[in-house]
Design a protein around this ligand. Structure first.
Ligand code: ADP
Ligand code: MG
Length: 815
């Protein structure tokens, strides 16, 4: 860098008092001209960075104040001194080009090892126990796990360029000779700089923070470099590219589609790539292909070893896509075989309890309701009754919007089961919701029978030959009470038990369980449903969900269930007016809440989402509650609800809100506000940008349950582009199914469900947007079971083994 002319000009400018008079045409023009010549591509990046910070290539001296000019000139003088110092430290080298040669693609010889693919990864040469520990952290324990340890994505380094063809900003690959590589200091850190060349030119390469590389690249070495090309004052430079020597073997880091693996602390990308290449070469072909040959042919699927190999080190984009299809098909197919066989076992292995549906109790109940069932409710009730009178147990999923009247329909089924002399379990995802269901069901029953008892145990007489007893079984009752209840359930004295999932998971034995209703929020998976059966009874099961589930998901997660939908709200429901607010509009939202409360209504305020931790969330909720009750609504009656409160306290707050003793309920988002308070007309959700559409829709469903116009206000601090899209959608869309589809599209299935379903095989390759592939997998699964129900034919023995492996809970069935 020639600093001399600029230094002179700046000195003059200083002497003349910063009037931009040191050079004819102005300093800016001079600088632009100087800058274009002064900096070469081999300049120290830190220096260049500094250079750009000072805007030396694009200055605007003319518009600065005198004071600013003075400061700026001083910093440029400092910069020039620094540049000179660096220049002195640096030696120059003048490389000359060498001829080029392409790498051969010969694969390294593999040794055959006769060990099981399910052996620990420590049998792999090069995996020490400390390296194995790092893989364990990623869930990789066996050689098979390694083969299925897929890259997150691939970098496309497959297109080789010559140096003269390099384009700034692109990921490029070149093959070149090293002219010189040496250790240099960049930004005070020991780094490597190399000059490499091919027949079309030379280019500078720097590896920040990695001085050791210099020794690995002696002059004359041939290397492949893949990485981003940047531009420093008109010259190309590779910054920390991937590299490998051109040897007599296949490229793994450069010059191809290069896999990027999920890494954990202490696993280095190059190390993992090298290891994976060796493992695949050695083991992939030993994988047994469990798909029947005719299926593979019909569906046009790759062989398994080939698919595994191509998923890691694809020869091109097309075959990579084919590999994904094969592996995704495997996942979906095994999943469908699993859920379908569970459905079959469920329905065939044990007789269920056929109910007599012609009972007067059901009729009495329906007549007692203060409303007519909607057409959709009637249709679903009919579907339930048809199932319940069969000897095979029902396994049905009932989907319906919040407030569509699922609970009423479920209560009819409970009553029918009781009238047939059976016991019933009604399970909710949280204690609050269990309490709510208990209250709702008791209230519905009190219209048909004479109510006795109080608290957690009530009975209703006058419409069945004997009194119907209903109990709430949750964590916060005393041990003595609990044991007493459990005994009475075992003795068959209690008909309907309402509680969380715990009632089927521990300690509770029923005498004659005939029906289990699960009000579910995606927490009751296929395995839990199987657990019901393994408790030794085979009840009818009704799963209810208010989150509409897109068809692909329903087929995957609930493939073992029949589907019913209540697709209609009771008449007279008003659409909830939904509006997305900026934080500055919060005050007017508060004023609005105040007006609604003045006219007798109530409001929910969902606290800002701080973290997924309930403890932290609870603390934040307490603070928000205090702020609101002291600073904003000091004249109103506020209540607080969060997940860390004792159940009795939650119950008290909910009761007070429901009975109108509280005006505003402040709640954490963690607590599902599954409260039916028709008088509540306002829902204010803080940090609304952080929730999925389905969850916002759930919040919104808490209002608009009465006759009054209701409102949902969504406050978003700094929504991302995607969050803005979500907020726009929720403002305009009321249809829960449509929202669920959008949610799935915007956030993917993992987020959609929050937590992973337990007991389900992993989906690594399959996406829930693979609708066609999923339908194909399902129809192939059905076809297979039609042909060979028990997978007993010899051509299906590998498949049976694989199925037992991925669905271990019920492994015995196939192996
Ligand atoms: P869900 O369980 O689907 O959220 P609920 O069964 O709790 O819905 O019903 C919501 C509210 O609507 C309740 O207050 C219930 O009494 C009322 N409801 C249910 N069905 C009807 C109907 N057909 N007509 C009028 N109101 C109804
Ligand atoms: Mg409900």
């Amino acid at each position: 860098m020639n600093t001399e002319p600029l230094r002179k000009i700046l000195e003059l400018e200083h002497k003349k008092g910063y009037l931009d008079s040191a050079v004819i045409g102005g300093l800016d023009r001079f600088l632009r001209n100087w800058a274009s010549q002064a900096v070469d591509s081999r300049a120290n990046p830190q220096l260049l960075n500094h250079f750009h910070k000072l805007h030396l290539d694009n200055p605007n001296y003319v518009s600065l104040t005198k004071q600013e000019r003075k400061q700026w000139v001083n910093s440029v003088v400092d910069f020039l001194a620094e540049a000179d110092r660096m220049e002195r430290e640096k030696g120059e080298a003048k490389p000359t080009p060498l001829p080029d040669r392409l790498p051969s693609q010969a694969r390294r010889q593999t040794t055959v090892v006769n060990q099981s693919i399910d052996s620990s990864i420590t049998i792999v040469k090069g995996i020490s126990s400390s390296l194995a520990a790092k893989f364990y952290k990623l869930g990789v324990k066996t050689v098979r796990d390694l083969l299925y340890f897929f890259p997150r994505r691939h970098l496309d380094y497959s297109q080789r360029k010559s140096i003269s063809q390099l384009t700034e900003g692109e990921e490029e690959t070149i093959i070149a000779n090293v002219w010189q590589a040496r250790e240099i200091r960049l930004g005070g850190r020991r780094s490597t700089e190399a000059i490499v060349g091919d027949e079309t030119g030379n280019v500078r390469v720097v590896w920040f923070n990695n001085p050791y590389l210099a020794k690995k690249l002696p002059t004359g070495t041939r290397v492949v470099l893949s990485g981003r090309v940047s531009l420093f004052s008109g010259r190309h430079v590779f910054e920390s590219p991937e590299w490998e020597l051109v040897e007599d073997r296949e490229l793994i880091h450069t010059g191809r589609l290069v896999p990027l693996y999920p890494l954990t602390q202490g696993l280095r990308p190059r190390q993992v790539r090298k290891l994976m290449r060796e493992v695949i070469d050695q083991w992939a072909w030993q994988l047994e292909d469990f798909l029947p040959a005719e299926l593979k042919e019909r569906c046009n699927l790759l062989e398994l070893p080939q698919a595994i190999t191509q998923a890691h080190y694809p020869e091109g984009e097309a075959v990579k896509a084919q590999a994904r299809v094969r592996l995704a098909f495997d996942e979906l197919f095994l999943l469908q075989l699993g859920v379908l066989s569970k459905k079959r076992d469920w329905q065939e292995s044990q007789p269920g309890s056929p109910f007599n549906v012609e009972t007067s109790a059901l009729e009495t109940f329906l007549k007692s309701l203060p409303f007519e069932l909607t057409t959709a409710q009637q249709k679903v009730l009919k579907e339930l009754l048809a199932d319940l009178q069969k000897p095979q147990p029902m396994s049905r999923l009932l989907q319906g919007e919040v407030g569509s009247g699922k609970t009423v329909v479920a209560t009819a089924a409970l009553l029918l089961a009781a009238a047939n002399g059976y016991q019933e379990a009604f399970m909710a995802p949280t204690e609050i919701l269990a309490e709510q269901h208990f209250a709702t069901i008791c209230q519905l029953l009190s219209r048909v029978g004479h109510e006795e008892g109080e608290g957690y145990l009530r009975s209703y007489s006058g419409f069945l030959p004997r009194p119907l007893t209903v109990a709430l079984l949750i964590g916060d009752i005393s041990q003595v009470r609990k044991q007493e209840l459990q005994q009475r359930i075992l003795d068959g004295e209690i008909d309907i038990v309402i509680g969380t999932h715990a009632i089927i998971q521990k300690g509770v034995e029923f005498r004659r369980l005939g029906l289990a209703v699960v009000d579910e929020q995606h927490r009751f998976g296929v395995t839990q449903r199987s657990a019901l059966r393994q408790k030794g009874f085979n009840p009818h099961v009704l799963v209810m969900t208010a989150t509409p589930i897109p068809r692909t998901l329903a087929l995957t997660l609930y493939g073992d269930l029949d589907l019913s939908v209540i697709d209609q709200l009771p008449p007279g429901r008003q659409a909830v007016k939904t509006k997305w607010l900026k934080p500055q509009q919060r005050e007017s939202a508060y004023a609005f809440i105040r007006r609604e409360i003045a006219s007798g209504r109530q409001a929910f305020i969902i606290c800002p989402l701080i973290e997924e931790s309930e403890v932290i969330q609870a603390r934040a909720a307490v603070a928000e509650y205090q702020r609101l009750s002291e600073e904003v609504f000091s004249d109103l009656r506020l209540g607080l609800l969060h997940g860390r409160m004792p159940a009795a306290e939650k119950d008290k707050v909910m009761r007070r809100f429901r009975s109108g003793e509280l005006d505003i309920l402040v709640s954490t988002p963690v607590v599902e506000v599954g409260i039916d308070v028709p008088n509540a007309t306002v829902m204010l959700v803080e940090s609304a940008d952080r929730f999925g559409l389905s969850q916002l829709h759930q919040f919104r469903g808490r209002v608009g349950r009465g006759q009054e116009q209701s409102y949902c206000m969504l406050v978003a601090q700094n929504p991302s582009v995607v969050a803005k899209e979500r907020l726009d959608i929720i403002e305009k869309t009321r249809d829960g199914f449509q929202l669920a589809e959008e949610d799935l599209r915007l956030r993917g299935p993992g987020e959609f469900f929050g937590t992973r379903q337990s007991g389900m095989p992993d989906l690594k390759m399959a996406k829930l947007s693979d609708v066609a592939l999923l339908e194909l997998a399902r129809s192939e699964a059905i076809r297979l079971f039609e042909k060979d129900k028990g997978l007993e034919k010899p051509e299906h023995s590998l498949l049976a083994k694989e199925l037992a492996r991925v669905w271990p809970a019920e492994g015995g069935e196939w192996s």
